[in-house]
Design a protein around this ligand. Sequence first.
Ligand SMILES: [Zn+2]
Length: 612
Amino acid sequence: MGYTEFDDDLPARIKEQADIVQVIGAHVELKKAGVRFLGCCPFHNEKTPSFSVHPGQQFFHCFGCGASGDVFAFQMKYHNLDFPTAMKELARRYHVEIPERPMSPEQQEKRRRRQLMYAVNEKVVSIWKDCLHKSGLAKSARQYLEKRGIPLNIQKQFGLGYAPAPESAGWDFLGSRLKGEEHQIAIDLGLLVKKEKGGTYDRFRDRVLFPIYDRQGKVLGFGGRIIGEGQPKYMNSPESMIFNKSASLLGLYQQGDAIRRSKQAILVEGNFDLVSLVVHGCPNVVAPLGTALTVQQLQLLKGYAEECVLLFDGDAAGVKAAMRSVPLFLAEEFAGKVALLPEGHDPDTFIREKGLSPLEALLATAMPLPEFTLQQLVEEHGLTFDGKNRIMKALQPLLKASRSSLQRSLLLSHFSETLGVSVQDLGAAMVVPKPSAPTAVSPLLSPVKQQKPEQLTPLTASQKRIVSHIVLYPDAVPKLEHAGLREYLSGTIGEVLLLQLGVLLKGSDDVTPEDLLGVLPQGGERLFVSDILLSSSADNTGLSYHGTDGEIKDLLAKLEREDLIQKSKVLEQEICKCRSENDYEGQCKYALEKVKVSQELQNLRKKNVIFE
Ligand SMILES: [Zn+2]
């Protein structure tokens, strides 16, 4: 802060100084073409230039994506800044004085100290850099970086440095190079640690150091990786007046342009993962500072990318970290995906061993986070009755975190399919959390009979025919449902689609197959429905009629019969199994069930002579 409201002619004065060609030219390669300059648009991906900058009128325009405006508009869009900040930055860079609001002595002192902190950090970067590249003390560090495959140009791009080991450089290598107030500031920054008996010692010793930059390239703090034995392996400088770990991302300053171009940010966990990916040709990557991902970090990334892919280790910790981040992505309405590395690999070892193409292939298969979470929960709990209840409980915080109703309904529809619960019922269960009693939601799940755990049961040929029929003729759903179709399709994709159609029909009495397609998220169900639609012109469903009540009943009866015969076979097998295991109780139980099934079959025959 510290500035007055801007006076009216300030923007004009800045525009006079900050030439648009120069400002944009710092980020975009521009070539003169007549009275204007041409380049490749930084706001959309293109190979032939359609981005033009007009020095006369001081504005830019892109014929590809329509982005246009003056130097402030560019600054705001490119750096994701608000207007006052964009103006302040340009004013600072082009030495346009901004009238300042009178500050209290405390405010002035605070401001002075902040500036000193940046200056000391800057000085420390150069001390450690010099040490790494020039000093005999840094042999082991240079060898270490070489062993990890980090070439000199990348070391310089990331401003890497080395704080030497106390055995050779003493405990006061950095401290002895900072005098007077700088020394005190370095203590405040946590770079020097005060000793009880007076004096200080260096916090970072025998470590390769990564400066942590803000978006403008000011140094906020450091992250250090130990070279020799010792703990902890990674250590960051403590937070300070200028350094907030949860609002910073390693690599954003260096890789921000690459992220913006690809519209995708890849998030890795370690400093060397980040650098290694850049070395091997994957430039759009950032890393949090040894902590879990935060909302502020996502907000930062949103200014650069349309989606963020978490590239994590495939172990339990990686899965957990990915799942924990879901609510943050939902709350920010930011598209998050996850790609898990094969067990035993981290991004660094993976790309060094296998190369760029396999990594790109892996990234291409990244799964949207909500889908990933559901898959993990299904794997953990199964799709049994209890499993579904546990999954629904686990999903509650996710739905709570989603901000927009569109997002919420997308999630609900996605979850409802896999869980075989209607969107409405699922929504209701989510709104009214009943934490203590899983049975409280049981009525919603009760229609699912003989649930096979883990996944949807494949459709039998006749089930498939009737599912095709309801997809093509949704208005048949109420009648069929009334006649017991859901029971017949239970545990299959058919049940899922039936429920989904039911929801659509509640909202409108004119539902088309395309409507159904529209609400299904990408995945198996959607493919299934589009297959039906594609083959529908040939009408190979075998159900070419819309169906009178009588016909539908006949049809269902026929399908039910198939179902019962199948059930009877399964029970027969169970009985045999129990017999071989001398399980008398089991035998009785299944025999009883089989008798019931036989009776049902008989009843069907009595009602429907058409089978005979
Ligand atoms: Zn464009």
